[in-house]
Ligand binder design. Structure first.
Ligand code: DAT
Ligand code: MG
Length: 139
């Protein structure tokens, strides 16, 4: 067994569309354990730390603005290979092409909205998970 922890964010589109419960339910149904959960009005400073790997990319500023547009739900999930497992549940970045059966593939609106409106974030490595959990759960 390789028990990991990952940071999951339900982005402002997911919270605004009342999909938080449905999304958390899918993660729990896969067998991952909810360790921490809170609703957050993220600050620009927090988001700049969270997305520091994307500074300078064309989508960086719209992404941060989008993440500031409403509350997000931050969660820590635990389980065997949960980092990779959650990203598989989430689907690929662009909801237009994310596979059916994934969170982004099933719930992502394909109405010409922006790629950043893809409902969820999940850490992409053990190192990212540690770094991101510290940022979002400083207490
Ligand atoms: P992921 O969230 O799948 O890990 P990422 O880390 O590459 O993707 O990018 C972070 C977020 O930035 C992503 O969820 C949505 C947005 N994004 C990524 N690539 C984009 C693009 N080409 N155009 C617009 N937004 C993009
Ligand atoms: Mg990423």
């Amino acid at each position: 067994m390789s028990i990991e922890r990952t940071l999951v964010l339900i982005k402002p589109d997911g919270v605004a569309r009342n999909l938080s419960g449905a999304i958390l339910s899918r993660i729990e149904a896969k067998g991952y354990t909810l360790a921490e959960l809170k609703k957050v009005d993220a600050s620009r400073e927090l988001l700049e730390q969270h997305y520091e790997e994307h500074v300078g990319k064309p989508f960086y500023e719209p992404l941060v603005e989008f993440m500031l547009s409403g509350p997000v739900v931050a969660a820590i999930f635990e389980g065997h290979r949960v980092i990779e497992g959650f990203r598989s549940l989430a689907g690929t970045t662009d909801p237009t092409t994310a596979a059916p059966g994934t969170i982004r593939g099933d719930f992502g609106r394909d109405w010409g909205l922006k790629v950043q409106q893809n409902l969820v974030h999940g850490s992409d490595s053990v190192g990212s998970a540690e770094r991101e959990i510290k940022i979002w759960f400083q207490d």
